[in-house]
Design a protein around this ligand. Structure first.
Ligand SMILES: Cc1cc2nc3c(=O)[nH]c(=O)nc-3n(C[C@H](O)[C@H](O)[C@H](O)COP(=O)(O)O)c2cc1C
Length: 363
């Protein structure tokens, strides 16, 4: 990061972030919405985007993972930009990939607000958003309008799309519901993430069970081949940190047998360990916990997965500092993703992580 970048980073941490957090003191989601509007504006406004890119956009060398060339190892986790409002912006902020979504086949409002809570002393978040999104079709439309096609790098970042189950679809129809979303976004996505690990859609996590997961993974991998025989879109699976070792090992076996191209570990946790005392009143809120309390658990799960498989692994969960990103890679991840770390650390964390990883990779 150059001098101007350091100033902008300071502006984010000391002026913009406190203001955003104050703005959203009643409902943390207000700050999220304002941030996304700014990011959307930045992405659409050429001079601002180019200035941002000059200061934050260096991503290090390209790495090939799951047959895809990723510019840098740091990505934006699913759930930040569910509807693809910042298609051209994320690369300028230093991300090498972005996972849009989770989208569902049916547009849906999600749970009632407030549904996002900040636990600043614990550097954590609790959310029960419940897949609020405009639907897979709308995301496909936005990507199409932006000229994005799989592999064409029109957005300057690798694009993943996370797919979940619509709330109105019964579990028995889950496979058809996921396939409907796949049809809408497959032409545009560089990879697809099957989300069976959010705690906020009733019954969703039971799709990680052997029977369900086998059917879902087989159907998605087969359909990806039907849609594009020569270059099927890689299918990855995102897992919960709350699985028992036995259930996790079983899920991994299903993924391997079903031909998935990668694993994403982890989603948020329903446990409440590692929360600072002052934040305990909020810890009672229902939903998934992310951020610092997840750092060790996600890393341990990645290390366990790496011991089991050679598949590509995207490590996510509690990457709040550059050291955490490096430790995640040391544990066996090929790429890392940020959500809570980006909220608390801003673009400066992305830039600093890219710099460290570039050095680590020997470039
Ligand atoms: C407000 C919020 C919304 C999220 N929405 C999604 C989502 O739609 N799909 C998904 O796969 N993960 C979602 N996540 C989980 C993140 O992608 C990530 O796996 C998790 O937060 C752990 O990473 P972190 O500690 O860096 O936040 C969400 C997380 C938060 C905090």
């Amino acid at each position: 990061m150059g001098g101007v970048g350091r100033v902008l980073d300071g502006v984010y941490r000391h002026a913009l972030r406190p203001q955003l957090f104050r703005l959203g003191s009643g409902d943390a989601e207000v700050a999220h919405e304002r941030t996304l509007s700014m990011i959307n504006w930045m992405g659409r406004t050429g001079p601002v985007r180019r200035m941002t890119e000059r200061n934050f956009g260096a991503r290090g060398s390209t790495v090939r993972v799951a047959g895809i060339d990723f510019p840098g190892r740091v990505g934006l986790a699913a759930g930040v930009d569910k509807n693809g409002v910042g298609i051209r912006a994320w690369g300028a902020l230093g991300f090498g990939h972005v996972e849009f979504g989770t989208v569902t086949a049916h547009p849906q409002p999600g749970q009632d607000r407030p549904r996002l809570f900040r636990l600043p002393t614990s550097r954590a978040l609790i959310n029960r958003m419940g897949f609020n999104n405009r639907g897979a079709r709308a995301l496909g439309f936005r990507l199409d309008e932006a000229g994005v096609r799989r592999g064409n790098n029109a957005a300057g970042v690798v694009i993943g799309v996370s797919i979940g189950k619509s709330r109105i679809a019964p579990l028995a129809d889950a496979v058809a519901d996921y396939l409907a979303s796949l049809h809408q976004v497959a032409p545009y996505a560089d990879y697809i993430a099957i989300n069976v690990s959010s705690p906020n859609t009733p019954g969703l996590r039971s799709l990680q069970d052997k029977g369900f997961l086998t059917d879902l993974v087989r159907a998605m991998v087969t359909e990806a081949r039907v849609l594009d025989q020569a270059h099927p879109v890689p299918i990855m699976v995102k897992l919960a940190p709350d699985l028992t070792r036995a259930a996790l090992d079983e899920a991994v076996e299903v993924c391997l047998d079903g031909g998935v191209s990668g694993l994403i570990a982890t989603n948020t946790t329903i446990e409440r360990r590692g929360i600072a005392t002052v934040d305990e009143p909020l810890a009672q809120q229902a939903g998934g916990l992310s951020g610092a309390p997840l750092t060790r658990r996600s890393r341990a799960m990645v290390a366990h997965l790496r011991g089991l498989v050679d598949l590509p692994i995207i490590g996510v969960g509690g990457v709040m500092k550059v050291d955490h990103a490096e430790a995640m890679l040391d544990a066996g991840a090929d790429l890392v993703q940020l959500y809570s770390g980006f909220i608390y650390g801003g673009p400066g964390l992305v830039t600093a992580t890219n710099q460290r990883i570039t050095t680590r990779d020997g470039n």
